[in-house]
Write a protein that binds this ligand. Structure first.
Ligand code: FCB
Length: 449
């Protein structure tokens, strides 16, 4: 690193991290009193995930976490972002606390701190307790109170050691795909359910912030958004432009705008009116310390008349689509999105997810389990350079968390899509750092290779 300055132009206190989520890595679905979540039910329902894969065992992180923390230490990250499984600590979503579940996170947090790493705790990465779903889940306005009670439990027990909290990971994905488009649990396709779910999630976010702020000394609170440019599939078709404008609002702004700016985007205000009560925007818009931004690539959309949401995903339109997963590699969009996010919300931005997935059958391990994932390194080089471009142009970017530490349960794709910089051999659970692990360890030190 030249003269103490990182070649990516980041601040001296820049946070390099790695991200995971509970349902994707923990496994131990039936152990120590954990209750079911909507993702357990979803993944065990025929036809919902590739291969019928479930998170029942996943990376078995519940048992192997000391090894994973040792790998984080070896990687040299300053922060580890993970999520708490709500039904592991509150098996019925509210009421009786599962001490064994709480003890697990106690051990994990202590282990992370002992490794010299800051724990960044996300309260919700999509695994709503099934019992709450049976009471209406996100479509029931009471969910904001349930979430606040859960946040109280977590803040009270862990707030002495955890200082960085995110209320939600990607509220857009779990509500739009969960209630509007069937791709995520609980797989509804119902515009009204989606509108209610997203508004109630926003209320829960505000309530969660108040709890954390009240209970945790020196707390730093954010929310993690998935922000990506949305383009019309056909430039010449007016309906595709309308679809893009609607999806852009629902994908990129329906959460962050009310959370930070105190209003819903104009294009959807009327949609939300039936579900608003007096004072809701003030309940939702509570002071935040940072914005989390997940980003993979732009989206192309087309009009879908007759569908519940009125828009649909379209094929990627430019030549540089990621051949294996259909996502587009377009680092310039990352630069633009960072600049826009920083300017629009005027808060420090942490990149809370960025990384490269590759289909299992195309990610080849040698006899020792080692993967020479040059394509992932290419992606990471392009995207970290794009981050530098944004920083150089004035974006207030404070951290970068790679997705993901481990290959894991990639939601609808099951184990068929690997995002880790560490290979997991799922039958045995064996971990083997990939070539990209070393690349990232070097990049953190300022050696870009
Ligand atoms: C994001 C999710 C994360 C992971 C990555 C690939 O949308 O937050 O859990 O699935 O995509």
């Amino acid at each position: 690193m030249a003269a103490g300055k990182h070649p990516l132009g980041v601040r001296d206190d820049f946070v390099w991290g790695a991200s995971t989520s509970a349902y994707q890595i923990e496994g131990a679905a039936f152990e120590d009193g954990r209750g079911p979540s909507i993702w357990d039910i979803h993944s065990r329902t025929q036809g919902r995930t590739a291969n019928g894969d479930t998170g029942d065992v996943a990376c078995d992180h519940y048992h192997r976490w000391p090894e994973d923390v040792a790998l984080l230490k070896k990687l040299g990250v300053g922060a580890y972002r993970f999520s708490v499984s709500w039904p592991r600590v509150l098996p019925r979503g509210r009421g009786a606390v599962n001490d064994k579940g709480m003890d697990f996170y106690d051990r994990l947090i202590d282990g992370v701190l002992e490794a010299g790493i800051q724990p960044w705790l996300c309260l919700y990465h999509w695994d709503l307790p099934q019992r709450l779903h049976e009471l209406g889940g996100w479509t029931n306005r009471d969910v904001a109170g349930w979430f606040a009670d859960y946040a109280t439990l977590i803040a009270t027990r862990f707030g002495d050691r955890v200082k960085h909290f995110a209320t939600f990971n990607e509220p857009n994905v779990c509500t739009l795909f969960g209630y509007g488009m069937t791709w995520c649990a609980p797989a509804a396709e119902d515009r009204v359910a989606y509108l209610k779910a997203s508004h109630h999630l926003n209320l829960a976010h505000g309530a969660g912030i108040d709890v954390l702020r009240g209970l945790v000394k020196d707390v730093s609170i954010g929310c993690i958004y998935n922000l990506q440019p949305v383009h019309p599939a056909d430039e010449a078709v007016a309906a595709d432009h309308e679809a893009a404008a609607k999806l852009d609002a629902h994908w990129n702004r329906v959460y962050a705008d009310p959370h930070i700016l105190g209003h819903y985007p104009n294009v959807v205000v009327e949609d939300y009116e039936p579900y608003m009560q007096a004072g809701d925007l003030a309940r939702i818009c509570r002071p935040m310390d940072w914005v989390g931004m997940n980003h993979y690539g732009p989206i192309w959309t087309k009009a879908a008349p007759g569908s519940q949401m009125g828009f649909a995903w379209a094929d990627v339109k430019v030549a540089d689509a990621h051949p294996e997963i259909g996502w587009e590699i377009f680092p310039e969009a990352f630069t633009d999105q960072l600049l826009e996010t920083s300017a629009r919300y005027k808060l420090p931005v942490y990149i809370t997810e960025n990384g490269c997935g590759r289909n299992d059958d195309q990610e080849i391990a040698d006899a020792d389990g080692y993967v020479d994932d040059f394509y992932r390194i290419t992606y990471l080089k392009l995207y970290t350079a794009a981050m530098k471009a944004a920083i150089d142009k004035g974006a207030d970017v404070r951290g970068y968390f790679i997705w993901s530490l481990l290959d894991n349960f990639e939601w609808g794709s099951g184990y068929g899509n690997r995002f880790g910089i560490i290979r997991v051999d799922f039958p045995t659970g064996k971990r083997t750092p990939k070539k990209s692990f070393q690349w990232y360890a070097d990049a953190i030190k300022g050696v870009l290779g």
